[in-house]
Design a protein around this ligand. Sequence first.
Ligand code: NDP
Ligand code: A1CAB
Length: 279
Amino acid sequence: MSQTSPSHTVFPPIAFIGGGNMASAIMGGLIRQGVPASAITVIEPFEAARETLKTNLGIDSLPAATEALQSAQLVVWAVKPQSFKDAAVPVAAHTRNALHLSVAAGITTDSVAAWIGTSRIVRAMPNTPALVGKGMTGLFARPEVDAAGKALIESVIGSTGEFTWVDKEEHLDAVTALSGSGPAYVFLFLEAMTQAGVNMGLSAEQSYKLAVATFAGGSELAARSSESAEVLRQRVTSKGGTTYAAITHMQEQKLPEHFIEAMRKAEARAKELAQEFGR
Ligand SMILES: NC(=O)C1=CN([C@@H]2O[C@H](COP(=O)(O)OP(=O)(O)OC[C@H]3O[C@@H](n4cnc5c(N)ncnc54)[C@H](OP(=O)(O)O)[C@@H]3O)[C@@H](O)[C@H]2O)C=CC1
Ligand SMILES: O=C(O)[C@@H]1CCC=N1
């Protein structure tokens, strides 16, 4: 199931713990939906990050947890996995009646529940295209989250793009390896394709433009087509032609196998983060 949110949602007061990259992407989505900056409370100790929030989104943030958090009906946790436990200590006492949404990679909802003293938790794995409303987020809800809570989460996350619910929490580690980290794989391919274009005599600017448009066009074609990626690939690959030469080399070098193995490493790292920084 993949959806976006209805546009008529009324959002309650929302607090963010951590105001970095991912928090900013979600706050940007909320503001695009018409949520006033004054309805968002942010706890962010890093002064430069607070200034960025003010400049980019018009949001005032606080350097440390205060009673202001008590008005929040939804608390979004967007701190690094290694900071989560410490960040929870001053926040927990103010937010036990709120619904909680964690975007931290690897950290299980069992750990979060132990730290914040409530089990009304949804765990999410978004990605940075949320910054431009093209995010993809995996969601998992604990049984204590009711339909209204899930609907609120869908509205918040839907403001950043698409989402899909998973039934098993462990599947969020796979989502992390795929779409959470995935934009970085796309950017790595863009870098390599751009470099290849430059090596063949194109300007860096033109080469990058060609590579970005090719990713966007290929993704759009796949999204709109009823045919599989394999069939779409075969349509580009004329027997004995240029694509055949490139794809044959990639397959001989076991590029797909290496890619699949790399994503396994990402999934394994998510599980390690749970061990290292969970309760
Ligand atoms: N970036 C991505 O593509 C994705 C990230 N995530 C997850 O999102 C979370 C945040 O990542 P990201 O936004 O990239 O990280 P950032 O470092 O950009 O943001 C985290 C922010 O939290 C602040 N912080 C640290 N300690 C506290 C505290 N005690 N209270 C409040 N804020 C605190 C940090 O400040 P300081 O710098 O001073 O420590 C930092 O500004 C991570 O758990 C990550 O796994 C999930 C999906 C994708
Ligand atoms: O690299 C990370 O750990 C985070 C989670 C997914 C994307 N960035």
